[in-house]
Design a protein around this ligand. Structure first.
Ligand SMILES: Nc1ncnc2c1ncn2[C@@H]1O[C@H](COP(=O)(O)OP(=O)(O)O)[C@@H](O)[C@H]1O
Ligand SMILES: O=c1ccn([C@@H]2O[C@H](COP(=O)(O)OP(=O)(O)O)[C@@H](O)[C@H]2O)c(=O)[nH]1
Length: 359
């Protein structure tokens, strides 16, 4: 590992600043938190594979899966006063009153740190849709609609084996009818507004998932940009814990102060974080620094690799002259790796930085 030291002109170094943007040190870096909620509704007939695909989207794209059916079943099991009514409705394949389901969804959303939701099996009728919109004011990003024949869905439900009271031939037929009469109009409503992404769900599980992946690329791009912003805020705030969490231990970098050398590992940057700590201890004034990202581009190169390029405008108040701005062109390479806990996390594996000609 290199441990080159250099002057304090390095820009991947921390400085003391009161940042306006909240950092969340607790959340895994895969899960981008603190943003406006984003919702994808997942619709399709009973047994079309909604739950199966939601599990894959959660694993790969860090969404929170809210299955309306699961929330209702949990409500029955919790012994709530609505339990018997919900149980009877589900047994008959009927749709539970919207106030109950929206209440459960809203509670689950408010309890989640991560604000990217897959709402599975909802809205099942116009009443669901209208009340959800009225209560949450959320407009879904899009509707993922799994299309499958009744014959195939029936076959899947009869072999699902989850001990569900509604997976019997009589209730299945009723659910199909409710889907056609009540849920398809909701899909048509969103179709007119250009929000429906129709998926052929009759294919094998992995093929279905492959056809879904491109729909989630904008979320990956958004996450990578937010992670890059979080990294710059960590540097500006002298927050080594967050910086370390976002970087691979073997991160490589080309930065001007390393004078053409490739720096590997975190020791090089760590030096500057330590220096700030020292400065604070000695009560020496540190210049306030704030970075913002300008003109970003994000390229998702594969499921596990993404490239973020941008100009970093670093405002340094008080040093050397009031309001001075230094601009760097930066390229950060992000790689998705599995943590020891088995969770996917994006890590910064390479940085290329140069001062812009005007700086
Ligand atoms: N593409 C598929 N091909 C074959 N079986 C599938 C497929 N997708 C899901 N299944 C199976 O069909 C059953 C119903 O799937 P599930 O995801 O629970 O559907 P839904 O949530 O739409 O009711 C499950 O047993 C699941 O393992
Ligand atoms: O928003 C919802 C979602 C589900 N349900 C009830 O829960 C049952 C099971 O729904 P789930 O989505 O779990 O399973 P699916 O029918 O899609 O296999 C439905 O038939 C309804 O009775 C409901 O009333 N409102």
């Amino acid at each position: 590992m290199y441990s080159l030291t250099s002057s304090m002109t390095v820009s991947d170094r921390p400085s003391v600043v009161s940042s306006s943007k909240e950092m969340n040190g607790d959340a895994a870096n895969f899960s981008v938190v603190g943003k406006k909620p984003k919702v994808v509704f997942v619709l399709g007939g009973p047994g079309s594979g909604k739950g199966t695909q939601c599990a894959k989207i959660v694993e790969n794209y860090g969404f929170v899966h809210l299955s309306a059916g699961d929330l209702l079943r949990a409500e029955i099991n919790s012994g709530s006063e609505n339990g018997t009514m919900i149980q009877n409705m589900i047994k008959e394949g009927k749709i539970v009153p919207a106030e109950v389901t929206v209440g459960l969804l809203q509670k689950a959303m408010s309890e989640s740190k991560v604000q990217k939701f897959l709402i599975d099996g909802f809205p099942r009728n116009e009443e669901n849709r209208v009340i959800f919109e009225r209560v949450t004011k959320i407009d879904p990003e899009f509707i993922l609609f799994f299309h499958c024949t009744e014959q195939e869905m029936e076959k899947r439900l009869l072999s699902r084996n989850q001990g569900r009271v509604d997976d019997n031939i009589d209730t299945i037929r009723k659910r199909f009818k409710v889907f056609v009469d009540s849920s398809l109009p909701v899909i048509e409503y969103y179709e007119i507004r250009g929000k429906v992404r129709k998926v052929d769900a009759a294919r094998p599980i992995d093929e279905v998932f492959d056809s879904i992946k491109p729909l989630f690329m904008p979320f990956v791009q958004d996450d990578l940009l937010t992670l890059s912003e979080n990294l710059l805020h960590a540097i500006d705030n002298g927050d080594y814990t967050t910086y370390k969490r976002l970087c691979d231990t073997e991160v490589t970098s080309f930065v001007p102060e390393a004078q053409g050398h490739l720096v590997q590992g975190l020791d090089f940057q760590r030096f500057y974080f330590d220096l700030v700590l020292e400065t604070k201890k000695l009560a020496v004034a540190c210049p306030s620094v704030q970075s913002i990202i300008s003109s970003p581009t994000v390229s998702v190169l594969s499921d596990d690799v993404g490239l973020v390029t941008y100009t970093r405008l670093q405002q340094k108040l008080g040093s050397p002259s009031e309001g001075m701005v230094v601009a760097y062109n930066e390229t950060r390479l992000w790689k998705r790796v599995k943590s020891t806990e088995g969770e996917w996390e994006w890590k910064n594996v390479h940085l290329h930085q140069s001062k812009t000609p005007s700086s």
